[in-house]
Design a protein around this ligand. Structure first.
Ligand code: IPE
Ligand code: IPE
Ligand code: MG
Length: 245
């Protein structure tokens, strides 16, 4: 597929699942799967940039992943910090902008600082936006957005009955980016696991059996080609959509 191809989704959101099982199949510790997963991220980022995708959202750590054994959690934090350190300059060189969404207050001070630095370094880049969800939960995002809107009500700036969907959307962590067009989950599970709940109201879903470390550019092309075979109706009839196009 080339940059000129007709329907490259503007925003692709991915749950990168299956690292642990990938490692288990090889009789390796789960952490090796996470390490291999970072390599897959590099490939997919490169391919998205080549295709001209606007935004790539990647679920790296959910608000529920703290429930894992503490050793795995701390190894994941170390890997996150290491990858940021190794990749920030390279992303910058490639005109890629990095954004991290989630409740970052739960991370160590040094990791928070590193995140800020990587975001600032790449803030003015105009190419692909990589949106990493870390300690992210869709319900958390909606809750913090509603709290901000409620503060305006408390301050007397807004009446409760005047609250609109757009006002809530504008307070979500993803306010500056379009909603996902295509959602991909690897690893065979078919659920959203508290990812971008509000934002995926009309996203097309694609599930792959492939474990994340094995997900490559060919498989991304397959997902995009499935996306291109769909008719997005947004509540309208098929006839209306054909008339409009
Ligand atoms: C996804 O892979 C990565 C993270 C949640 C950090 P998993 O670690 O969930 O892998 P499986 O599902 O156990 O195979
Ligand atoms: C979802 O994967 C979160 C990430 C990929 C970061 P999980 O593997 O944690 O999801 P569940 O718990 O199986 O639904
Ligand atoms: Mg999993």
């Amino acid at each position: 597929m080339t940059k000129e191809s007709a329907n490259v989704p503007q925003h692709i959101a991915i749950i990168m699942d299956g690292n642990g099982r990938w490692a288990k199949k090889r009789h390796q510790p789960r952490f090796m799967g996470h390490r291999a997963g970072v390599k897959a991220v590099e490939n997919i980022v490169k391919h998205c940039a080549e295709l001209g995708v606007g935004v790539l959202s990647l679920f790296a750590f959910s608000s529920e992943n703290w429930r894992r054994p503490s050793k795995e959690v701390s190894l994941l934090m170390e890997l996150f910090a290491l990858s940021l350190k190794q990749q920030a300059k390279r992303l910058h060189k490639n005109n890629i902008r990095l954004q991290i969404i989630g409740d970052l207050s739960k991370f160590s001070d040094s990791l928070q600082k590193q995140i800020k630095q990587a975001e600032q370094l790449t803030a003015d880049n105009t190419g692909l936006i990589i949106n990493i969800a870390a300690n992210y939960g869709g319900r958390w995002d909606i809750t913090q957005a509603v709290q901000k809107v409620a503060e305006k009500v408390t301050a007397g700036e807004l009446q409760a009955e005047d609250i609109t969907e757009d006002m809530i959307g504008a307070e979500l962590t993803t306010a500056s980016i379009p909603e996902p067009d295509l959602f991909i989950r690897t690893g065979g599970e078919e659920r959203v696991s508290n990812f971008l709940l509000w934002q995926m109201a009309y996203t097309e879903f694609y599930f792959s059996e492939t474990l994340w470390p094995d997900f490559d550019s060919q498989q991304l092309d397959n997902a995009i080609s499935s996306f291109n075979d769909r008719e997005r109706r947004f509540g309208k009839t098929s006839e209306q959509i054909q008339q409009d196009s």
